[in-house]
Design a protein around this ligand. Structure first.
Ligand code: ADP
Ligand code: ZN
Ligand code: ZN
Length: 674
């Protein structure tokens, strides 16, 4: 018998595949493409995926190593999944193995197969979850019905933008469309992506209630590895019909995928910000195209990329213009000029009385302040000392409860000093206001009220975010304080007042996407108010924005609930300034101990490859230059042609590799934080 060789993708920075020899064992079936194998690599044993089975190799016989094990018990990954990884690798300019292998659950990649065997056994025993009560689906309104009919009639590729105001019942459209798709085909799978699962526990229970007979898999980064493997296998084998996940779920194996839904498609969390810096939204559209199935992008404030696709007719727009609950209306948005009405404890008099009105009627208020901690910095009046991080270009944030100064970027922690480290002054003052300080102030003004804070500090423990949101839903909270964590899809029924305390800083950010994000965030958080019908004798729902720039167009668009006007204006600006989505970008980042070293490398990089139709900008330090004693700089590459940019990047990255620098560098395609 001729020797058999396997061409295998491995997770290494080397941009190539690896050949291994397969030693036939009596009765063992021939390995197949898509199967997972264990191989020796250096001194390690690592997992790989078989990409080809051949009888030839270029590797000399005395050099070639043998495969240690083939995971026959796990069904092979199909060619379309491999093609998806291949596309992502190609588009994001990474080795295939670096995309495909990390996309598999860790317990599938470890040398011992015990976890795999155990979970396969568990999987076989799993039938649909029993103890769920079926929930009746509500009758759709005409716009929802139209959306469901349109999407579920499609059996070929189509991208839909479901543009619906907050509370317009987008979720209901997802669920009923999913129900149709699942009914049409006994094997069909539906993938629903959400920004963060633990922030939207309601959705998961809604889905379970609506599909009591079906197996549902969840995939997100907060899961224990064993659990993750079980759910991944349920998706991979086709046993799970609905897969609810965060961005990483877009790379899961789903051989019967028939519909993809991306909720809150504008959300920045769809972009992975380390390693393979992919956009799950963009990959979802590609995957839908590959499979010839519909993909639904839902949002009240679509990303400008998506909005432009819809305007150009590449995505079909489906509009939901009204709130779904009968007689629930969008809140009235009002601007409070803090130059004229000076806040005390961060709160203007008008806001304080608005909160009081809610307390009197037993309604809830939500105060949005996107800054956790007690105060963003402390300082000394006598000598001007301020609490800077010694390792980053950032301040140390004051956390009063645990008496610490903490860097939110590198984690550096210190006790709050009793006296100024430079002059000995004992009267150090907090500057500015974070959620903890706001909480303290509110409790002083309203001693009787139940004030509750939700932010990354208050929800550090696993499961505590869910518990916190439950507390609010049960009505055990009068005033909720929160960071952007509370802005996402929550359906608070008794909330009639939302206030944004200090949103101005994003208005003048260097990042050109900052205003797009601020608008989306404020729309989202405003959308938490008035989701149920106004109670008899209750307050009408309102949103108060405290700002020093009451005439800013962003706030005016917000007052008019005018996403479209705002988006169209921004798009025009972007077009005139030749910015995304009208041009395409890539970013080369460099990190070094000294900024100069990083900049020097970028200068060399800028000149190492001939280019045409590509703009290479000057290297600049990143806005936050130093993090954890590392200096960071970046080089922005632009082109009006995506293929031209892609072609250039291929050559360029190979040239960069050849530079053999000690600087740590990486290229990001379609960067969102620049
Ligand atoms: P969105 O995701 O668009 O912000 P949701 O899907 O959370 O909105 O829906 C808002 C509220 O409207 C929810 O309480 C939901 O149960 C309700 N709802 C949705 N569709 C309908 C409908 N057709 N009839 C009655 N209530 C509905
Ligand atoms: Zn001092
Ligand atoms: Zn730091």
């Amino acid at each position: 018998m001729e020797p058999i060789y396997l061409t295998i993708a491995l997770d290494t920075p080397l941009d190539r595949l690896f050949d291994y020899r397969w030693e036939p064992v009596a009765d063992a079936p021939l390995p197949q493409v898509g199967q997972i194998v264990l191989v020796p690599f250096g001194r390690q044993e690592i997992a790989g995926v078989i990409l080809a089975v051949t009888t030839q190799t270029d590797v000399p016989t005395d050099k070639i190593k043998s495969v240690l094990a083939v995971r026959h018990q796990c069904p092979a990954l199909d060619s379309r999944w491999i093609d998806l990884c291949r596309f992502a690798a190609d588009y994001y300019q990474r080795p295939l193995g670096e995309v495909a292998i990390p996309a598999l659950p860790k317990n599938l990649r470890v040398p011992k197969a015990t976890s795999l065997d155990r979970n396969l056994k568990k999987l076989a025993k799993l039938t649909a979850v029993q103890d769920v009560r079926a929930v009746q689906e509500p009758a759709l309104n005409a716009q929802q019905q139209n959306a469901v009919d349109t999407i579920s009639a499609k059996t070929a590729f189509a991208a839909y933008l479901l543009h619906g105001v907050t509370g317009s019942g987008k979720t209901e459209v997802y669920l009923q469309t999913a129900a149709r798709v699942l009914a049409q085909n006994q094997q069909a799978q539906v993938l629903i992506l959400v920004p963060e699962i633990n922030l939207t526990p309601q959705l998961e229970s809604n889905i379970r209630g609506r599909f009591p007979g079906l197996q549902i898999a969840t995939l997100h980064s907060g899961m224990a590895e064993g659990e993750r493997l079980l759910h991944w296998l349920a998706a991979h084998t086709g046993q799970a019909r609905i897969i609810l996940g965060t961005r990483l779920a877009i790379l899961s194996s789903l051989r019967h995928l028939k519909l993809i839904v991306i909720d809150e498609e504008h959300d920045p969390s769809y972009k992975q910000q380390e390693g393979l810096r992919y956009s799950a939204r963009d990959l979802a559209v590609w995957r839908a195209h590959q499979l010839g199935i519909p993909v639904v992008l839902g949002s009240a404030t679509p990303s400008l990329e998506t909005w432009q696709h819809a305007k150009a007719g590449r995505y079909q727009k489906l509009e939901l213009t009204e709130r779904a609950v009968q007689s629930a209306v969008l809140p009235v948005v009002k601007i409070i000029n803090t130059e004229r009405e000076k806040p005390s404890e961060g709160l203007t008099q008008r806001l304080v009385s608005a909160i009081r009105q809610r307390l009197e009627k037993g309604e809830q208020s939500l105060l949005f302040l996107n800054r956790r901690g007690y105060a963003p910095v402390i300082h000394c009046d006598a000598c001007g000392w301020i609490s800077n991080c010694t390792r980053c270009t950032a301040h140390l944030v004051m956390h009063k409860l645990d008496k610490k100064l903490r860097c939110h970027h590198c984690g550096l922690e210190q006790r709050i000093p009793r006296a100024c480290p430079t002059c000995g002054n004992v009267d150090l003052q907090p500057l500015g206001r974070g959620t903890q300080r706001l909480e303290e102030g509110l409790q002083a003004i309203f001693p009787e009220a139940r004030v509750f804070r939700i932010d990354a500090d208050s929800t550090r423990l696993k499961g505590s975010a869910e518990a916190a949101f439950d507390t609010v839903h049960r009505g055990e909270v009068d005033i909720l304080i929160g960071t952007q964590m509370v802005a996402k899809g929550h359906d608070f029924k008794n909330l009639t007042l939302v206030a944004a305390l200090n949103p101005d800083s994003a208005l003048f950010s260097q990042d050109f996407r900052a205003s797009e994000r601020l608008f989306a965030q404020l729309m989202q958080v405003a959308g938490r108010a008035g989701r149920a019908a106004q109670k008899e004798g209750g307050n009408a729902s309102e949103v108060l924005i405290q700002t020093r720039y009451p005439d800013h167009p962003l706030y005016h668009a917000l007052m008019e609930h005018n996403y479209q006007g705002f988006a169209d204006d921004l798009l025009e600006e972007r077009q005139q300034a030749a910015m995304p989505p009208f041009i395409y970008q890539a970013l080369l980042r460099a990190e070094a101990k000294e900024l100069e070293t990083a900049i020097l490398f970028l200068k060399e990089a800028a000149n190492c490859t001939p280019h045409q139709g590509i703009t290479i900008n000057d290297p600049i330090p990143m806005t936050m230059t130093r993090v954890h004693n590392v200096d960071r700089a970046q080089l922005l590459i632009e082109s009006s042609s995506r293929p031209a940019l892609q072609a250039f990047l291929k050559v360029w990255i190979a040239d960069l590799r050849a530079l053999k620098t000690r600087v740590k560098w990486g290229v990001e395609i379609d960067p969102v934080d620049i």
